[in-house]
Design a protein around this ligand. Structure first.
Ligand code: HEC
Length: 174
C-alpha cells in the first residue's frame, strides 16, 4: 500500500517534469516581449524581489547629504543612464520604454518617493532579474548610486535650483 503511494507520487513527478520540458522544447513557454505576464510569473517575480530586498537592502540612512549639489549630480546621472527608460519630467514614454517587458515606470508620474532609499539603492546597484532594469553596480560607484537614490526620494519636492535642472532634462528616444 505505502509502496503503491510512493510509486504513484514518483510517477506524477516524472510526468510533471516531462510535460514541463516538452512545453519549453515545443515552444509553448512564451518567449515574446509583447504579451502580458502570467499571474504565476508576476507572483514569482514580485515575491522573490520583495523577499530578496528585505534580506539584502541596506537599512542605513543615505550617507550622501541632501544638498543642491548632490541632487543635481543625481539628476545628471539620471539623464545619462535612466531617462531613456524611466522618462523625463514630462513622463513621456520612449519607444524603448513602450516596448520593454516588464514595463519601466515613468518615475515623474509613478515615482518611488515613498520607498526607503536603501531599497532604491539596491535596485540600482543590482538591477531586477528578468526585466530590463540593468545593474549599475559595476559602472557607477556607491556615491553616485546614493545620489540617484537621493534624487528619486525627493523628485516631487525639489528645491528651486535642482528643480530647474530636472525640468531641463529632455525626453529621449521618441
Ligand atoms: C533599459 C531600461 C532601463 C534603464 C536604462 C533603467 N531602468 Fe530602472 N527599471 C526598468 C524596468 C523595466 C523596471 C521595472 C522592473 C519590474 O517590473 O520589477 C525598472 C524599475 C526600476 C525601479 C523600481 C521602480 C518601482 O516602482 O519599484 C527603480 C527605482 C529604477 N528602475 C531606477 C532606475 C535608475 C535610477 C536608473 C538609471 C541609473 C534605471 N532605473 C535605468 C528599466 C530600466
Amino acid at each position: 500500500m505505502a509502496r503503491g503511494i510512493v510509486i504513484g507520487i514518483l510517477a506524477t513527478l516524472v510526468v510533471i517534469v516531462v510535460l514541463g520540458y516538452a512545453a519549453v522544447e515545443l515552444g509553448f513557454m512564451p518567449a515574446n516581449a509583447d504579451g502580458k505576464a502570467s499571474k504565476i510569473e508576476r507572483w514569482a517575480a514580485r515575491t522573490s524581489l520583495r523577499a530578496t530586498i528585505a534580506r539584502q537592502a541596506p537599512r542605513t540612512p543615505n550617507p550622501v547629504a541632501l544638498t543642491d549639489e548632490n541632487l543635481i549630480s543625481g539628476i545628471k546621472l539620471y539623464a545619462a543612464n535612466c531617462a531613456i527608460c524611466h522618462g523625463a519630467s514630462d513622463a513621456n514614454r520612449s519607444n524603448i520604454a513602450a516596448g520593454l517587458y516588464q514595463s519601466p515606470p515613468q518615475l515623474a508620474k509613478d515615482g518611488v518617493e515613498d520607498d526607503p532609499e536603501g531599497v532604491t539603492f539596491w535596485k540600482i546597484d543590482h538591477g531586477i532579474r528578468f526585466t530590463g532594469m540593468p545593474a549599475f553596480g559595476h559602472t557607477l560607484n556607491d556615491t553616485q548610486i546614493w545620489q540617484l537614490a537621493l534624487f528619486l526620494k525627493h523628485m516631487d519636492s525639489l528645491p528651486p535650483g535642482p528643480d530647474r535642472a530636472w525640468k531641463a532634462v529632455k525626453s529621449v528616444g521618441r
